[in-house]
Design a protein around this ligand. Sequence first.
Ligand code: AMP
Length: 435
Amino acid sequence: MTFEQLGLSPALLQAVQEKGYTEPSPVQAQAIPAVLSGRDVMAAAQTGTGKTAGFTLPILQRLQESGPLKPHRTRALILTPTRELAAQVADSVDTYGAHLPLKSTVVFGGVKINPQIARLRRGIDILIATPGRLLDLHGQGEVSFDDLEILVLDEADRMLDMGFIHDIRRILKLLPAQRQNLLFSATFANEIRELTTKLLHNPVEVEVAAANATADTVEQWVYPVDKKRKSALLRELVETNNWTQVLVFSRTKHGANRLAQQLDKAGLEAAAIHGNKSQNARTRALDGFKRGKVRVLVATDIAARGLDIAQLPQVVNFDLPNVPEDYVHRIGRTGRAGASGRAYSLVSADEIKQLNAIEQVIQRHLTREYIGGFEPEHEVPASAPLRRPQKSGQNRPKHSGGGVGDGKHTSRGRGSEGHNRPRRRRRSRAGAKAS
Ligand code: AMP
């Protein structure tokens, strides 16, 4: 399959080629023709599958074919849950639309509203927005949806998790009835199903193979350790393995701040990124991380969601998430675009419940390893046996099967003793899991 075969225009094909993509990812191969046909689309796809190009490219093509702009109006609206994701989608729209005369802009909270108002004044082809700021702008009469042709809800499951359902309902009421709707979501829990039934008309369903590619492209370990020694273990891992860029997940904002401060004090350049940080602080931290100035980026699940940081070699779970699906999202930050990645979880005895839930979702027991000098006083209990996954499957995430670059690499099973593993004396305890 090539991008040409999907029916994209020369201007878009040129942009894709300049970006260096050689073939469409599975989600793109399915979504692009569906969007071009004008139908509603419901896609099960998470970050790392190439979903952004999957909706951006055909939207650009469709808009290219229709009428001129009117003041304050927008023709396509892309709603995202976080400011970071909004900014990244906006970058993609710029990149793929580089050879088209279309106008796009992004609006989100936490920054001044006046420059956003100025950009909306003459009308916009594609508006990327977070829900709260969009409603503010609409309330002030600065944006109108009268000419809206296409609506995208990106990461819809996360929008609901973050409590945006009321804002979304309010926005939907403002839109013209005649429009194309595209909904992208990593999971299809009941709440999302409800929304899709109301929102989508006879949608094309796009689903990338639920082949659980995360298990193949990301090597995963659990390091049992006492809670109070986690920070020291993390420092040890970063230093002995000379990691220059590591994303560390923290369950709480407070925990993220504290850890970043501790690391900084110990001489490791670190920054925290979470919802309480100002937009400028977040952008600074992310830029520093991308440019190699910040060695350790500590993020909460929500802040990390959708961050496009290319080729992250490893991620560390400083603590396990309460929602097991978040584990899948977290480790999806590494091993992207076909490259293999590594995920390490520092797990203390009180996290056994979360560990069991995660192992159930990913349908495998994670290998436990003990780092010399950090063996826990409080042993992490043995994992529970795995139960068969539920038949309905509706509450389980579509694991990132069908990710960008899938099929171009050979999978490495958990048995492979990776050559890039951290250099550190350790003892493996094969019997740590229950069978
Ligand atoms: P997304 O799932 O949209 O966040 O995209 C994940 C990453 O894959 C981004 O860094 C994209 O630039 C990249 N990407 C998207 N489509 C392709 C493709 N067809 N070939 C290679 N990389 C791609």
